[in-house]
Design a protein around this ligand. Structure first.
Ligand code: GTP
Ligand code: MG
Length: 238
């Protein structure tokens, strides 16, 4: 509970067993509910999640093994979001990269700017590798030319929003493309109640498994296609 608001944290999770316990132990008390959604984990993520459920009543481990071309990041988010009960939902990766402890500041800015959806932008940040920054910049530019939206971090994986706006987000993408979709739809359906707030990213816990070029090209294609064909509706595992 923060500023009189209940808070749910939703985290997609694949093969994060090595540091899940450490990460969950460090989550601030103001999160009333922590929902971790494993997708096709092949390590001990689910078993460790079950142990954590016994230790922490606010922690829930869900499993959603649906995938699109092997990826279930979007499905995991949609399932977690549809199960979240609090008035504020925070979505963030479970690899320790996003500053979830920064929520009091973020909510303060949202209140001042009358935002109901904030995407937490990692850019500009000179410490992030140049090639990654360049990839995100190309996608930001694509969004600018196709949608006339100025966005600094089209791929941020941390979003803070009121639960009441979930139906307006029209989430459908089961793979990585949920990330650009949530921002484009928030902008489309919420107008100036959508905004970006700068955060500072940390180094990932554990090794990266991301195929940056493949995922980036997938985003480039999806952002283009989405401009001309849009599907609507949230999909959950139920
Ligand atoms: N549920 C689910 N989670 C995933 C999947 N792939 C990755 N994740 C999780 O989603 C988050 C983002 O994935 P990452 O592998 O960190 O991808 P990234 O942030 O683009 O890349 P790096 O952090 O640089 O490795 C992490 O918390 C992963 O555990 C998936 O297919 N399904
Ligand atoms: Mg990551």
């Amino acid at each position: 509970m923060l500023y009189g608001l209940t808070i749910s944290l939703v985290m997609p999770c694949r093969n994060e067993a090595k540091h899940l316990a450490r990460m969950v132990a460090a989550i601030p008390d103001f999160y009333d509910e922590i929902i971790c959604v494993s997708n096709k984990s092949t390590d001990n993520t689910v078993a460790i999640g079950r142990q954590l459920e016994k230790l922490y009543p606010r922690f829930h481990l869900l499993v959603d093994d649906r995938v699109v071309s092997g990826i279930g990041y979007g499905f995991a988010h949609m399932t977690g979001i549809s199960r979240a009960k609090s008035s504020i939902i925070v979505c963030a990766d479970s690899d320790g990269t996003y500053p979830i402890e920064d929520l009091p500041r973020i909510l303060g800015i949202m209140k001042n700017r009358s935002l109901v959806f904030a995407s937490c932008s990692r850019y500009p940040d000179k410490n992030i590798p140049f090639t990654l920054q360049l990839g995100v910049k190309v996608l930001n530019l694509e969004i600018f030319f196709l949608y006339a939206i100025i966005i600094h971090d089209s791929l941020s994986g941390m979003w803070v929003f009121e639960r009441s706006v979930v139906p307006s987000l029209h989430l459908t993408e089961g793979d990585w493309n949920l990330s650009p979709q949530i921002k484009l739809n928030a902008h489309k359906y919420l107008g100036d109640r959508f905004g970006e707030i700068k955060v500072t990213q940390r180094t990932r816990l554990g090794e990266t498994k991301q195929s940056y070029v493949k995922t980036g090209l997938g985003h480039l294609k999806w952002i283009f296609k989405n401009r001309f064909t849009q599907r609507e509706g949230i999909q959950s595992a139920d």
